[in-house]
Design a protein around this ligand. Structure first.
Ligand code: MG
Ligand code: ZN
Length: 215
């Protein structure tokens, strides 16, 4: 019985996600859904990515958090359109939440929208929101066991940022295992090793993201 209810919720979600997708397509906007655990560095990566891409394209951001608007304030400081969604307890964004804020963004004047999902390694991967691609951030401090423990997010993502590589001397983590387990789950995954503190790897990541838009 419970399984039926869940699948019906996901079906309804997918219908609204398809509606969102149409809206984005009509406006000519490429949409990425950025996922990762709390503290993985999603917002900081977003800041660094926007700084690099802003000269080349018009970006908007949708921020998802349970409460608060800290992240939207940080992104807004970069002088780009941003909307904050507060889920009020829900641990992921769903298609309906995105649908409700579409009018708050000047979609026709944008080339790319990045949606920062609620910090969580599990259910954000289960809910489509109308995106073209899913992206994932995993910091090296989270441990190399995460790909095999939370496979769905790795399987669903097109790009994986292994973040905070500047911490590698201080944490007992095998980044090669992180990479190889991720690729075993999803051979098409594009993996980037990045530090938002030193700036290492960010240019390559931002270029790749920009390139996807024109494909
Ligand atoms: Mg954040
Ligand atoms: Zn959730």
């Amino acid at each position: 019985m419970k399984v039926k209810v869940v699948s019906r919720i996901l079906e309804a979600n997918d219908r609204i996600a398809e509606e969102n997708r149409k809206r984005f397509k009509e406006a000519g906007v490429f949409v990425a859904n950025l996922m990762g655990a709390p503290g993985a560095g999603k917002t900081t990566l977003l800041e660094e990515t926007i700084k690099r891409l802003k000269p080349h394209l018009r970006i908007g951001v949708i921020e998802g958090d349970i409460v608060g608007q800290d992240d939207a304030d940080r992104i807004g400081a970069l002088d780009i359109p941003v909307v904050q969604i507060n889920t009020g307890g829900a641990c992921h964004l769903d298609a309906n939440m995105i649908n409700e804020v579409l009018d708050e963004l000047p979609l026709k004047q944008l080339d790319m929208v990045i949606i920062e999902n609620v910090g969580n390694l599990v259910c954000p991967a289960e809910f489509k929101v109308g995106e073209d691609i899913k992206l994932m951030v995993l910091s090296v401090a989270e441990g190399h066991d995460k790909p095999l423990k939370y496979p769905l997010m790795f399987q669903q993502s097109s790009g994986l940022v292994l973040n905070k590589i500047d911490l590698l001397p201080y944490v007992k983590v095998d980044i090669n295992k992180m990479r190889s387990d991720s690729l075993a789950l999803n051979p098409k995954l594009k993996v980037f090793e990045v530090s938002c503190s030193s700036g290492a790897g960010i240019d390559a990541w931002a270029q790749w993201l920009n390139g996807l838009r024109s494909q």
